[in-house]
Design a protein around this ligand. Sequence first.
Ligand SMILES: Nc1ncnc2c1ncn2[C@@H]1O[C@H](COP(=O)(O)OP(=O)(O)O)[C@@H](O)[C@H]1O
Ligand SMILES: [Mg+2]
Length: 250
Amino acid sequence: MMKMLLKYIWERKEIIMLQIKNIDFSYGKLQVLWDVSLTINEGEIVGLLGANGAGKTTLLKNVSGLLCPDSGSVEFMGERIDGQPSHSIAERGISLVPEGGRVFPDMTVRENLEMGAYPTGVWKQKEDMIERVYDIFPVLKERKKQRASTLSGGERQMLAMARSIMSQPKLCMFDEMSYGLAPRIVTKVFQTIESLREQGITILLIEQNVKDTLQIADRAYVMENGKIVMDGCCQDLRESDYIRKVYLGL
Ligand SMILES: Nc1ncnc2c1ncn2[C@@H]1O[C@H](COP(=O)(O)OP(=O)(O)O)[C@@H](O)[C@H]1O
Ligand SMILES: [Mg+2]
């Protein structure tokens, strides 16, 4: 009985949500992704780390349908999605918050949230979702009638995250969310990511902020010059001599 239970728990932990297999990608003649493979299991927080120019955003765009890989494949919940238009990938439950967050500055916080429900057929549930979102991001409830342009950098980032979960995604990909935020705000944003996971959302965190990402993620991949050079559970990465020297400056 116990053995069966353990097997069940083990198998549950291993449900693959996103599988990127051997992707190459070039902008014209410039190849920027080289044989990239990456797996995200359901319920995980996975980090994709690397310096500016490593190819992180390009990889993300190959997943979200903004770019199409030259070779290799992307599978989501067991089905091929590479080459599909970005709206149909979004409808499957993959949501992307691009670098810089991008909210609609002239709309109020609430209107921005409503926009998040618009594309994916969850419009009827939007009032429920807005209440759920306000529970996770209380600051947005306080500011619901304010125009987004009046928010601080951290609040705007929260709004971008909140808008992305309005569509009830299975997987959220956040590109450089902590960039340019004060350390105290980064801590808050990362705490919020943990509460998103508790809501059942799987998360890919694209970050140059290695230290904080290794604190909250389960596993991480390290990208250099368009290649994955290292991956593992975050504890192992934190203890790796290479990571300590090159990325943590220890
Ligand atoms: N639209 C583009 N056209 C040509 N080259 C690009 C384009 N976008 C990014 N690159 C190049 O691709 C490489 C990877 O960039 P990017 O994916 O933005 O890296 P990261 O997100 O890790 O900073 C860089 O050398 C960058 O200059
Ligand atoms: Mg980038």
